[in-house]
Design a protein around this ligand. Structure first.
Ligand code: BGC
Length: 756
C-alpha cells in the first residue's frame, strides 16, 4: 500500500513528461534492460566472484570469438540521440549502448550522460535530480560533498537501469568563457582532480561504471572538433594532465573519454602520447578509453594509440575495418584482446556483472535534499556591503524581487549535461523533455522561498526585469531590491564575452541607481564580469544551483545557512586581463556559421586552427594574475561568511609533509571556513607564482578555536622534468602560505628543502 502511494506520488510528479513508454517508471526491483543471464552461470569459471577482475576477464575473453570481441569495442550508433537512428530493444534510452554477450553472461553496457544528473529521463517517463553545476559543487571545496554528488548520480542511474555513467568532466578552466565550464571543476588542477575524483568514486559506489572526460585540453567549445590545442609537455603534465591524473588515480574509473580536439598535433582519440604513454603506462590506468561521440578519426592509428571503444560507433572504424586490420596483422590480436580485457575487467571490478542495476523509482525528495545540501555549501558570497546580509525578517518591510525568472525557478546548463525538469521547463512553453539549445528552468522558485522566510505581512513584489525603467520603479518602492541575473551556457558554444547577456548589466545598474540596498544573485555557468559591482551592496554567486536551489538561496539570504563556498575559478574584471582576450577562433567560427547558413553559397569546411596555451603555459587562472600583477575582480579561493575567521601560529613540518595552524571563529555565529595552503617553489623551478597545495574545510562554533593540521602531498611540491620523464622536488627555499583566499594569506614560512 505504502509502495503504491509512493509510486502514485512520483507518478504525479513525472506525469507531465507525457511520454507513453512508462517502462522506466514501473514498480521497484524490475531487472534492468540487459541480456538475460545464461542458465549455466555457476559453471562458468569467470562467474566465480572470489577471482580478481583481471583473471575473470582473461577467462572470459579466452572463450570469445573474434566477432564477439569486435562487437564489444564499439557502440551501435546514435540511438535516441539522433532521429531515425536504430534503437535496439535492450537500449535503455541513454547516449550509448554496447550489446552484451548472453552466452557468456556478459551484460549490455547502457551509458547515460550524467554530468549534473541523469540526462534524458523524461523521454522514458522517468525522473532525475538536477544537482548544482559541477563548478558550483567544487566551490564547496568539500570532498564529501563531491562524493555525495556522485552517489546521487550513481543511485539514480542504477534506479533507471543504466550501468555506466558518462560524466566526470575535469578539463581545466583555462577559458572562462567556455560553454562547458559548468560541467568542469576548477582552474586549479589539484582542486579539480580531487573533487572530480571524489565525484567518480561516489558514482562507482553504486556499482555503476564511472567515467572521467574529456581527455584532454578540450578547454573551449569553439572549433572543438578540429582545433589543435598546443601546450608544452611540462606545462601539460603540471596542469591539465595533473587534474586528470589525480581524478583517475583516486577513482580508478572504468572509462576515460578522449576528447574531440587535437592535442599537440594528433587527435586526442589517436594520441599515443596522452593515451598509451601517460594514461596507460605512467598512471597505470586499467580501464578503457572510449571516444567522445564522433571523436574517432581512424581505425589502425586509433587502436594502436590506445583507443579501446569507439562511440557511438556508427562511423564503423572499430567494426569491420578493425576486424580486417586484426586479420591483416595491422592491429595485433593481443591489442584487440587488451581492448576487450579493459572493458570486461572494468565490468567485473565495478560490480555491474555481479550486482546488475535493478530498476526502481527514483526518490525525488531524497535527491532534492542532497542537491540543496550541496548548494548550501557551494554558493559564494562575494560582497556584503554594510553587512546587509543576512536579511533580518524583523527589520525588512518590503522587498522587490527582480529578474531571472525567480518567480518560477532556477536556471540549468544545456547540451549533453541537460537534465529534464519535472513538469517540463518552468518557463514553458513545452511541458515535455527539454530540447537542445533551450535554456531550461527548474521549478525551485527563489521568490516562493523568500516569501516563506520573510515575516508575515512583508510586501514582496516581483518584476520580470525585462524593462530596466520599470524594474527601477519596483526597486525604488521597496526597502531592499534583490536582482536575479542569469547566464545560460551550453556544450557546443562559448560566450563571446565575460559580460552577462541580454543587457542584464544595464538592468542591475538601473536597479542599483534606484535603491541603495541592492543585492545581486548570480546564476551563471562560470565567471562573469561585473561593471556594477561597486554600486550594489551584496553579490551572491549561486552557480546553477540545482533543484534545491530556490530554497538554498533563500536560506542563505536570510541567514538560515551561513555561506561558506569559495571561488574555484578567478573572476576577472575584464577580458583584457585574460591570457586570451578573445576566445580563440570565435570570430572566424561565427563568420563561418553565417556563411554556412546562406544556402546560395557553396558549402565550405571551417578552417582548422591552433589554440596556443603556451601563452599562459602553467600560469592558469590565479597564477596568471599573480605573475602578471593584475587585480582580479574576485580572486580564486575567495568567499565571505557571516562570521569572521583568524589564522595564527603556523607550523610547517620540517619535511614539508604537513602544516598546522590555529583557526579561530572570531565572529558571533557558527560557520565553515575553507583554509587554503599555497606553495611557491624555489626560483630554480621557474614557476613564479603560488600554487594551491592543500586545503581543509573546518566547522567552528562562534568563538571556537581549533588547531588544524593538513597533510601535503609530496607530488604538489614537485615539478615534471621532460628530460627525466618524471616528477622531482627541486632543492631550495619553498614559501608556504596559509589563509582564506589566494590573495589573503596571513601566515607564511620559508622552508629550505633538499632535492627529492
Ligand atoms: C559530448 C560528451 C557526451 C556525448 C554523448 C558529446 O557531444 O561532448 O560529453 O558524453 O556527446 O552525449
Amino acid at each position: 500500500m505504502l509502495m503504491i502511494s509512493r509510486i502514485a506520488l512520483i507518478g504525479a510528479i513525472t506525469l507531465a513528461f507525457c511520454h507513453a513508454d512508462a517502462a522506466g517508471a514501473q514498480g521497484s526491483s524490475v531487472q534492468a534492460s540487459q541480456s538475460a543471464p545464461h542458465e549455466s552461470a555457476p559453471q562458468q569459471p569467470w562467474m566465480n566472484r572470489s577471482l580478481d577482475p583481471d583473471t575473470r576477464a582473461d577467462l572470459m575473453i579466452h572463450e570469445m570469438t573474434l566477432d564477439e570481441k569486435i562487437q564489444l569495442v564499439h557502440g551501435v550508433g546514435w540511438g535516441v540521440l539522433r532521429a531515425g537512428a536504430p534503437v535496439p530493444p535492450a537500449d535503455n534510452g541513454g547516449a550509448g549502448f554496447v550489446p552484451g554477450i548472453p552466452r557468456l553472461n556478459l551484460p549490455d553496457i547502457n551509458l547515460a550522460d550524467s554530468a549534473v544528473g541523469v540526462r534524458m529521463a523524461a523521454l522514458q517517463s522517468r525522473y532525475a535530480t538536477l544537482l548544482p553545476s559541477v563548478l558550483g559543487m567544487s566551490a564547496s571545496w568539500d570532498p564529501d560533498a563531491a562524493f555525495l554528488y556522485g552517489s546521487v548520480i550513481g543511485r539514480e542511474l542504477r534506479a533507471q537501469g543504466y550501468n555506466m555513467s558518462i560524466g566526470g568532466g575535469v578539463d581545466l578552466i583555462r577559458e572562462p568563457r567556455n560553454g562547458r565550464n559548468f560541467e568542469y571543476s576548477s582552474e586549479d588542477p589539484i582542486l579539480a582532480g580531487t573533487m572530480v575524483g571524489q565525484l567518480a568514486r561516489g558514482v562507482q559506489s553504486n556499482h555503476i561504471m564511472g567515467d572521467i572526460k574529456h581527455y584532454v585540453l578540450n578547454d573551449q567549445e569553439t572549433g572543438r572538433n578540429f582545433l589543435d590545442a598546443v601546450l608544452d609537455p611540462r606545462s601539460l603534465r603540471e596542469t591539465d594532465l595533473l587534474a586528470f591524473q589525480i581524478a583517475i588515480t583516486s577513482a580508478q574509473p572504468a572509462g576515460v573519454m578522449c576528447s574531440y580536439n587535437r592535442v599537440n598535433g594528433d587527435y586526442a582519440c589517436e594520441n599515443a602520447y596522452t593515451l598509451n604513454q601517460v594514461l596507460k603506462h605512467d598512471w597505470g590506468f586499467k580501464g578503457f578509453v572510449l571516444s567522445d561521440w564522433g571523436g574517432t578519426h581512424s581505425t589502425v592509428k586509433a587502436a594502436l594509440a590506445g583507443l579501446d571503444m569507439d562511440q557511438p560507433g556508427d562511423d564503423g572504424y572499430f567494426s569491420e575495418p578493425l576486424k580486417q586490420a586484426v586479420l591483416d596483422g595491422q592491429v595485433s590480436q593481443a591489442r584487440l584482446d587488451d581492448m576487450a580485457h579493459r572493458i570486461v575487467r572494468s565490468m567485473f571490478s565495478s560490480g555491474v556483472v555481479d550486482e546488475p542495476p535493478e530498476r526502481s523509482v527514483v526518490d525525488p525528495f531524497r535527491g532534492r535534499d542532497d542537491a540543496q545540501k550541496i548548494e548550501e555549501e557551494s554558493a559564494v558570497l562575494l560582497q556584503n556591503g554594510g553587512g546587509i546580509l543576512p536579511l533580518d525578517p524583523a527589520k525588512i518591510r518590503s522587498i522587490a524581487i527582480i529578474g531571472g525568472h525567480a518567480d518560477v525557478g532556477v536556471l540549468s546548463g544545456g547540451g549533453s549535461a541537460q537534465v529534464d525538469a519535472p513538469g517540463g521547463n518552468a518557463i514553458g512553453p513545452n511541458p515535455g523533455p527539454s530540447a537542445w539549445g533551450e535554456p531550461v528552468y527548474f521549478p525551485s522558485s527563489p521568490l516562493r522561498y523568500i516569501r516563506e522566510l520573510a515575516a508575515p505581512g512583508v510586501g514582496i513584489a516581483y518584476d520580470a526585469g525585462t524593462d530596466p525603467a520599470q524594474a527601477a520603479k519596483a526597486a525604488a518602492a521597496a526597502q531592499v531590491a534583490i536582482v536575479f541575473v542569469t547566464q545560460w551556457m551550453s556544450e557546443g558554444q562559448d560566450a563571446a564575452t565575460l559580460s552577462l547577456p541580454d543587457d542584464q548589466d544595464a538592468l542591475i545598474a538601473a536597479v542599483a541607481a534606484a535603491n541603495t540596498n541592492t543585492i545581486v544573485v548570480l546564476e551563471t555557468g562560470g565567471p562573469v564580469s561585473m561593471t556594477w559591482a561597486k554600486d550594489v551592496k551584496a553579490i551572491l554567486e549561486s552557480w546553477y544551483p540545482g533543484i534545491g536551489g530556490g530554497q538554498a538561496i533563500a536560506n542563505i539570504l536570510f541567514g538560515r545557512v551561513n555561506p561558506s563556498g569559495k571561488l574555484p575559478v578567478t573572476f576577472a574584471a575584464s577580458e583584457s586581463d585574460l591570457p586570451h582576450p578573445q576566445v580563440t577562433g570565435l570570430a572566424e567560427w561565427l563568420a563561418h556559421r553565417v556563411e554556412a547558413a546562406d544556402r546560395n553559397r557553396p558549402r565550405t569546411r571551417p578552417q582548422p586552427f591552433t589554440v596556443d596555451y603556451n601563452v599562459e603555459g602553467m600560469a592558469v587562472g590565479y597564477r596568471w594574475f599573480q605573475e602578471k600583477n593584475k587585480q582580479p575582480l574576485f580572486p580564486f579561493g575567495f568567499g565571505l561568511s557571516y562570521t569572521r575567521f583568524a589564522y595564527s601560529n603556523l607550523k610547517v613540518d620540517p619535511g614539508a609533509k604537513s602544516v598546522s595552524f590555529d583557526l579561530s571563529n572570531t565572529g558571533a555565529q557558527a560557520g565553515d571556513e575553507i583554509a587554503e595552503v599555497y606553495v611557491t617553489l624555489p626560483a630554480s623551478a621557474a614557476e613564479p607564482f603560488r600554487k594551491l597545495a592543500a586545503w581543509k574545510r573546518v566547522s567552528l562554533a562562534a568563538g571556537a578555536m581549533q588547531t588544524v593540521e593538513i597533510p601535503i602531498d609530496p607530488l604538489y611540491l614537485s615539478i615534471f622534468s621532460t628530460a627525466d620523464d618524471g616528477w622531482s622536488r627541486p632543492a631550495g627555499d619553498f614559501l608556504i602560505e596559509v589563509g582564506g583566499s589566494s590573495t589573503d594569506l596571513p601566515l607564511h614560512q620559508i622552508l629550505r628543502l633538499a632535492a627529492r
